[in-house]
Write a protein that binds this ligand. Sequence first.
Ligand SMILES: Cc1ncc(COP(=O)(O)O)c(C=O)c1O
Length: 392
Amino acid sequence: MRYAAITDRLAGLGGAKWAVHARARAMKAAGRPVIELTIGEPDVATPPELMAAASAAMLAGRTGYSNGQGEPALLVALAARYSARRGREILPAQVMCFPGTQTTLYAVLMGLVGAGDEVLLGDPMYATYEGLIAATGARMVPVPLLANAGFRIRAEDIAERITPATRVIMLNSPHNPTGAVLTRDDFAAIGALAKAHDLWILCDEVYEDLVFDGVAFASPLDLPNLADRVIVASSISKSHAAPGFRSGWCVGPAAFIERLLPLSETMLFGNQPFIADMTAQAIAEGSPVAAGMVERFARRAGLVHGVLDGVAGVRVHRPDAGMFALVDVGAVTADGEAFALALLEQAGVAVMPGASFGEALRSWLRLSLTQPDDVIEVACGRIAEFAKGYKP
Ligand SMILES: Cc1ncc(COP(=O)(O)O)c(C=O)c1O
């Protein structure tokens, strides 16, 4: 049988990156003890008051069809939140709701690029980004993120890669997997390029509420002179420990939202009103769980650093935000993926190979900080021992 070209473009970009995680789950299912530091799910339950809000809304009959942009009360709540946080008026007409950041990014990119276009994107990157861009038919142009620049994307590295085909600079701040947080100055410099070359800036801000103490969050939406070319995407998945609710959105120019509406209607035929009600409450009240996650993830990043950094030449990059720490095993092996697989089989610790997030991290590992402190310490102790004896 014949298939559409999109299936070829996405082949190998889905599950293949999660092979270590899948193997860990299979080992666990077979009864073998495994410490899982692979995926980054919040380490707390969804706040009970939000689950109560969703079920009360369901019981109150909020189970009918919605519309393509989002439930009005949620659009108002999001506009109020972004106006307050970004210090300028954001209107409900500038917001569109989707089932999670992932779907949001998919729809937004579908609305911005297609075959023949180029999207500039920092490498390393979140594991699904390559597929998002490939799905549109556009070409991903990686911009190396340098460890010695704190993995913050540099405007000069972007500038070098702009061509007449470039349409979008895709950013992620706070960044997964590096935990880097871009500054207002970073956005000003990148914004100047976007203006000079008439490009969109798309920024995934799903970790906005997980920025560690002493680090300032900034958004390209903070800069009024970029208002006509910035789109940000986010959700309640991380901030409110509610990934299963699949509730996200984008904020951008009203003209873009209007243009995107038929795409959203075609894809989704509307959102779920009871989830919209719960999300509106979550947004209006702020997160009761984000501060605790920030405190724990920052502390555990310190634990990883304390146990692993310097052992057998291993280096730990300390994040400024998010749920992950990056570990460079380059002094032991250039092949982080083989190291991760052997670590799982021989030491029962599952970590993500850096290569799942781009070529730049081939000799790195990503450790999720969502396990309890004592588990993280045991896992890092095993990684340290394993690194000392590892023969590639
Ligand atoms: C950078 C980044 N963007 C998007 C997502 C997906 O978020 P959502 O659950 O809102 O679709 C994740 C999940 O891990 C992520 O790390």
